[in-house]
Design a protein around this ligand. Structure first.
Ligand code: NAD
Length: 413
C-alpha cells in the first residue's frame, strides 16, 4: 500500500519507518524542512534507540520518502502534536490543519487514521466534517478512525511491534481496515471498537496513572503528618496481590500524563471531578516541595539551593512539563538562589560538585541512575550547610548521614 504519514516526530517517524520496513511505499510528511531534508538523506534529527539505522535502511531501500506536502495514497495517518493551552484545553490546531491538508488528496476507498492523542469526539466532530470536503461519502467511500499510540520513548521500535493496539473506527469496516493495516507489523493483539471509545481509552490509560500518582502524593503528605515513611508503607501495601500504588514525587511531568487528563476534564468539568482533583494534587507538588525548601533554609543568610535533575523523568533529556522547572520558577520568586544541574538536560549539564559548592541544601529532583555514582562525601564537603532533601527516595538515609548530610525525605516524618 501507499501510506502517507503526516507528522514525523517521535510517533510518526518510527511508524512510517515501520510500515516501510514491511514493504509499503511510505511518504513521510512534515512541515519542518530540516526533518524532511534529513529524512531524504536517510537521517533523523530526534533521539530514539535504533531509529537512525532503521530509518536509514528504509530510505536506502527506497520504501520511505520525505515530503513537505501530502500526496495521494491508500492510507493517511495523522501523528501531529496535540499540546495543551495555558487554559488547560486541548490545542487541536495541528490536527485540524493536517485534516485540511490531506483533503484535496483523498480518493475513493482511502483510509484516514488519527494517531494523535485527542479529546473524545475528535474523529466524529473535527476530522470527519473536514475530510467530507473531499466530496466522498464518509463510512462507505472514506474509512476513518482512531488508533492511539502507547509506546514509551526509548523503546518505541520494540513497543510498536509488541504492544497491543486499539483500532477504533467510525464504523465496523473502518475499524477492520485499520486493524488490517497495522497487522502488517503489530504482533500484539489488535482490538476493534468505535472511534470514541478508542479516544477515551488512550486518555483513560494515562489518567489512571495520574490518579494513582496523586493518591501516592496524598498518602505521602498523610504519612508525613503521621510519622510514617510512605515509601516503606507503599512497598508493604504493594505486596498485596491486587494492589499497585505508584510512587510519590515532586509532581508529574511530560507531555502525556500531565496533559491527557485535562482533555477529559475540558469536555466534562462537572463530571470529571476525581480526574480534575488528581491533576490539581499533582500540580501542587512543586509548591509543596518549594515550601519544604524554604523551611529547610530558613534563617540562612542568602540561602543557596542546588537541585539535581530537571527533566520530567529519569534517564532522559526531555524537560516538557517538568515539575522541577515549575519548582525552580517558584523558588525564583523567593530570596533563595537556585542552581540546577542535570547531566541530560541542555543548559544544565555542569559539574555537580561545582553546582553544590557553597549551597545550603541539595535537592534530589530526578532519580537519574548516573547520580548513583556521586561521591556524597565530596558533595557534603563542598556545601556551606550539608542538608539533603530527597524527593524520590533515591538515597539511603544511613549512607547520606555517614557522608555528613542531614537527610530529609519527601513523605517521611
Ligand atoms: N511521544 C510519545 O511518547 C507519544 C506517545 C503516545 C502518544 N503520543 C501522541 O502522538 C502525537 C504526536 O506526538 P509526537 O511526540 O510524535 O510529536 P512531535 O512533536 O515529536 O512531532 C510532531 C511532528 O508533526 C509535525 N507537524 C505538525 N503539524 C503538521 C502538519 N500540518 N503537517 C505535517 N507535519 C506537521 C511537526 O513539525 C512535528 O515534526 C501527539 O498527539 C502525542 O500526544 C506521543
Amino acid at each position: 500500500m501507499k501510506i502517507c504519514v503526516i507528522g514525523l516526530g517521535y510517533i510518526g517517524l518510527p511508524t512510517a519507518a515501520m510500515f516501510a520496513s514491511k514493504g509499503h511505499n511510505v511518504i513521510g510528511v512534515d512541515k519542518n524542512e530540516q526533518i524532511v531534508s534529513a529524512l531524504n538523506q536517510g537521517e533523523i534529527i530526534i533521539e530514539e534507540d535504533h531509529l537512525a539505522e532503521f530509518v536509514k535502511t528504509a530510505v536506502t531501500e527506497g520504501h520511505l520518502h520525505g515530503s513537505l506536502v501530502p500526496q495521494e495514497a491508500d492510507a493517511f495517518i495523522i501523528a501531529v502534536p496535540t499540546p495543551i493551552t495555558d487554559e488547560k484545553k486541548a490545542d487541536m490546531h495541528f490536527v485540524k490543519a493536517a485534516a485540511e491538508e490531506i483533503t484535496p488528496y483523498l480518493r475513493k476507498g482511502n483510509l484516514v487514521i488519527l494517531e494523535s492523542t485527542s479529546p473524545i469526539g475528535t474523529v466524529d466532530d473535527l476530522i470527519c466534517p473536514i475530510i467530507a470536503g473531499s466530496g466522498l461519502e464518509i463510512g462507505s467511500e472514506l474509512f476513518v478512525g482512531h488508533s492511539p499510540e502507547r509506546v514509551i520513548p526509548g523503546k518505541i521500535l520494540y513497543e510498536l511491534v509488541h504492544n497491543s493496539r486499539i483500532a477504533g473506527g467510525i464504523n465496523q469496516e473502518s475499524a477492520q481496515r485499520i486493524a488490517d493495516l497495522y497487522r502488517t507489523f503489530v504482533e500484539g493483539e489488535i482490538y476493534l471498537t468505535n472511534a470514541r471509545t478508542a479516544e477515551l481509552c488512550k486518555l483513560a490509560e494515562n489518567t489512571f496513572r495520574d490518579i494513582n500518582i496523586a493518591y501516592a502524593n496524598e498518602l505521602a503528605l498523610i504519612c508525613e503528618k503521621s510519622g510514617i515513611n510512605v515509601w516503606e508503607a507503599i512497598s508493604l501495601c504493594n505486596n498485596h496481590p491486587r494492589v499497585n500504588i505508584h510512587q510519590p514525587g515532586p509532581g508529574v511531568g511530560g507531555h502525556c500524563i500531565a496533559v491527557d487528563p485535562w482533555f477529559i476534564v475540558e469536555k466534562q468539568p462537572d463530571t470529571a471531578k476525581l480526574i480534575h482533583q488528581a491533576r490539581l494534587i499533582n500540580d501542587n507538588m512543586p509548591t509543596i516541595v518549594a515550601q519544604k525548601i524554604i523551611n529547610l533554609t530558613q534563617g540562612q543568610d542568602k540561602p543557596q539551593v542546588t537541585i539535581l535533575g530537571v527533566t520530567y523523568k529519569p534517564n532522559v533529556d526531555d524537560m516538557r512539563e517538568s515539575p522541577i522547572l515549575t519548582l525552580i520558577s517558584h523558588l525564583k520568586t523567593t530570596n533563595i538562589q537556585v542552581i540546577a544541574q542535570d547531566p541530560f538536560a541542555k543548559g544544565y549539564q555542569g559539574d555537580p560538585y561545582q553546582a553544590a559548592a557553597g549551597s545550603d541544601l541539595l535537592v534530589l529532583g530526578v532519580d537519574h541512575n548516573i547520580y548513583r555514582d556521586l561521591d556524597l562525601k565530596r558533595l557534603a564537603q563542598a556545601m556551606r550547610t550539608a542538608k539533603l532533601l530527597d524527593t524520590r527516595n533515591f538515597f539511603d538515609r544511613q549512607t547520606t548521614a555517614a557522608a555528613g548530610f542531614e537527610y530529609h525525605l519527601l513523605g517521611d516524618k
